[in-house]
Write a protein that binds this ligand. Sequence first.
Ligand code: ADP
Ligand code: ILO
Length: 345
Amino acid sequence: MPDFKFPDFPDNNKSLLRKYLTEDIFNQLAGLKTSNNFTLEKAIKSGVENPDSGVGIYAGDAESYTLFAPIFDPIIEDYHKFTASDSHNSDMKPPEAAWSNPDKEGKYILSTRIRVGRNLADMPLGPAISTAQRNEVENRASIALMNLPDELKGRYYRLSNLSDEERQKLVEDHFLFKSGDRFLESAGLNRDWPEGRGIFHNTDKTFLVWVNEEDQLRIISMQMGGDIFEVFSRLCKAVDSLSKSMSFLQSKHLGYITSCPTNLGTAMRASVHIKLPKLADRQDLFKKITDEHYLQIRGIHGEHTESAEPIFDISNKRRLGVTEVELIRGLYDGILALINKEKSF
Ligand code: ADP
Ligand code: ILO
């Protein structure tokens, strides 16, 4: 590790890593290694190499969050408003359908998607996993996915068996992850690509599972329109089914453990693609409402993309210290507020 020095962050680096990595913390952690040989150097490589990172750090295993706590804790607290003494609870029981669709007339919401990330209890996370372990995860996942009930039934496609055209079409239609993400590349998450990666989906593509991208499993429920309740109910059923045949990495304090600290806890991102042409021209108001409801605005081709049309991806920003049901409720209220404001112009 002789060349590993305190990073020389450029001024345009606005990441949480830069905000909290002091020379003291660096010196305290630089020589440490988890039992999977994960180091501070590997954890911060993505944030150092990509100055436009918002966060800039990844974990290689559950132990990373304790061994490197002096840097992870303040980042987790800043992002999730969750302190080292807080605890996390999960609630994946779908609530009443009464507040199922904030856009009953179907004028604003194009589609709804809810995903959760999961990693296996007996494996390191993606940044520290070996080739053989990653292939073992794929093998176990594809077996578990063969036994799903009813509308969840589908087929697993290995990424290496898809043609470029098939892969591209799935990405454009918002079903599949992109290849070559530079943030994941620096984090060591793209090693051996495309080996061990793949996608499962049912016939209607309303239930999908990504295997071995940023997390070992991304379990996804999605459909056209704004029926958040139906999308969430399908997700709960799928997670419940998969939990019977796979054991997921979790802790009392951090909930479900993921490679990126932004996903800890519920590991859930519930989003709508929504058309808001008037609010698009009032960024101040738009941002005020999303901030009040702890919502994040992304472009519609995924994180780090811009929206050319006035269609936005609006999702819950927090994932830790709040239950899944509370987050869904927050999304519902926030979307309703955005639609009401859009109608008021
Ligand atoms: P995540 O971290 O949730 O997987 P990304 O921002 O990388 O998020 O998005 C992954 C894919 O899911 C992208 O193709 C994106 O367009 C698609 N997506 C996200 N939300 C929706 C939605 N509400 N409707 C349709 N597609 C969506
Ligand atoms: N490392 C990237 C992404 C952070 C949050 N998003 C995801 C997909 N985990 C960054 O710091 O901007």
